[in-house]
Design a binder for this molecule. Structure first.
Ligand code: GLU
Length: 191
């Protein structure tokens, strides 16, 4: 279990997310990534290795005042670029970061495959992005219903390109803390 940071407000999210990930580095990790919503699109950047590897591949500016970030300590799947979080559905509508273990991921993967939806990564996490997207409707409602069928531990943060500015967080057995600022909110796995 590693780290989550999420920000929504009026400041550029990129710096806040990277700064948050840097503060989480002490916990140890094998890869990192961020995803931001901007103009009804989600932009995701992720990389195996140190946070500096991710930073090196970020463009000079990334617009967006809402996003999620993650440092991963792999439990399912090798520490590769593809297995790094955030994970997205096939249409890149939703991006999700996860700390913990989805115990029934194999059964959920089979259920998705029966619907013609295939995961790209070896993680237990990616199923969540596909399940949330295939549920449809508002992300907050999809999250509550999808999690009824999920067994395991999770700290989660998710964004939806169709609802920029909103972050949905959930937790069960893994920490998520919410910080309320002036016209901004943060969520993190660690004080
Ligand atoms: N189980 C997830 C994975 O292996 C999350 C690991 C973590 O908590 O960093 O991708």
């Amino acid at each position: 279990m590693c780290g989550i940071i999420a920000y929504t407000g009026s400041k550029p999210a990129r710096e806040i997310l990277i700064d948050g990930l840097r503060r989480l580095e002490y916990r140890g990790y094998d890869s990192s990534g961020i995803a931001l919503t901007h103009r009804k699109r989600i932009k995701t950047f992720k990389a195996a290795g140190k946070l500096s590897v991710l930073e090196d591949q970020l463009p000079a500016t990334i617009d967006g005042v809402c996003g999620i970030g993650h440092t991963r300590w792999a439990t399912h799947g090798a520490p590769t670029d593809i297995n790094a979080h955030p994970h997205s559905d096939s249409k890149n509508r939703i991006a999700v970061v996860h700390n913990g273990i989805i115990e029934n991921a194999p059964a959920l993967k089979q259920k998705l495959e029966a619907l013609g939806i295939n995961c790209q990564s070896d993680t237990d996490t990616e199923v969540l992005a596909h399940l949330l997207a295939s549920h449809g409707g508002k992300l907050i409602d999809a999250m509550s219903e999808v999690l009824l069928g999920v067994q395991g531990t999770y700290g989660l943060a998710a964004i939806d390109k169709d609802d920029p500015g909103t972050i949905v967080v959930e937790r069960n057995g893994s920490p998520v803390i919410i910080g309320i600022g002036k016209n901004e909110m943060l969520a993190a796995s660690d004080m």
